[in-house]
Design a protein around this ligand. Sequence first.
Ligand SMILES: Nc1ncnc2c1ncn2[C@@H]1O[C@H](COP(=O)(O)OP(=O)(O)OP(=O)(O)O)[C@@H](O)[C@H]1O
Length: 213
Amino acid sequence: MKITLKQVMPSPLSSIKHGTDSIWGNDVVLEPGKKIMLNAASGKGKSTFTYTVLGLRNDYAGVIAYDGKDVKTFTPDEWTELRKKKIAVVFQDLQLFPSLTVKENLLMKNALTNCFSETELIGQLDRLGIADKWEQKCGILSMGQQQRVAIIRALAQPYEWLIMDEPFSHLDEVNTQLCMQMIHQRTTELQAGFVLTSLGDDHQFSFDYMLNL
Ligand SMILES: Nc1ncnc2c1ncn2[C@@H]1O[C@H](COP(=O)(O)OP(=O)(O)OP(=O)(O)O)[C@@H](O)[C@H]1O
């Protein structure tokens, strides 16, 4: 699925000067199957990008389109299908259910998508070093542990795009690499693409091209 941004300018960012290489105010194509780093300093609109591209915010000028169709025209049912099958996300604030366990958070998502068995989900937690947290409530996990749960939850669906908003901000280098390997593997298996927003210090990862805000 091709995502295009045509002269998109979120209202809160309209008074800021943006460069000619910025996503904002220019024409940009997110090519299917590409791994993209979205580079920006704090406050330049990484979270705003995530919410607008996912259709969760409409306060912008210009047009965002999926395969040529303006996202503002999608019905709630169409969004439901898109979010189940085509676009996965790791929000900066993760949006886990804090009073539910890791198991419940993961199985709730998996019940919608039927993607993995319980054993496979536990195996993924194990790969990221947190299998022992399966029965623990998410709200009492460390932020780095919660980020790992949120990443596994995001991967538990088919997708053509995975949008990640600073998903490693609480992780050390070893865990960041483990997560990135898992993300790369699954994204490649699905022949999908991803957009990884970053403050600019994640460039050790392999990606196809970089965009700026
Ligand atoms: N709903 C809103 N109403 C008004 N201003 C907003 C709104 N959402 C975001 N902004 C402003 O837009 C700018 C970009 O915010 P955003 O959260 O997208 O930045 P960010 O690049 O993700 O920052 P950080 O890296 O610090 O998380 C900020 O100045 C913020 O105050």
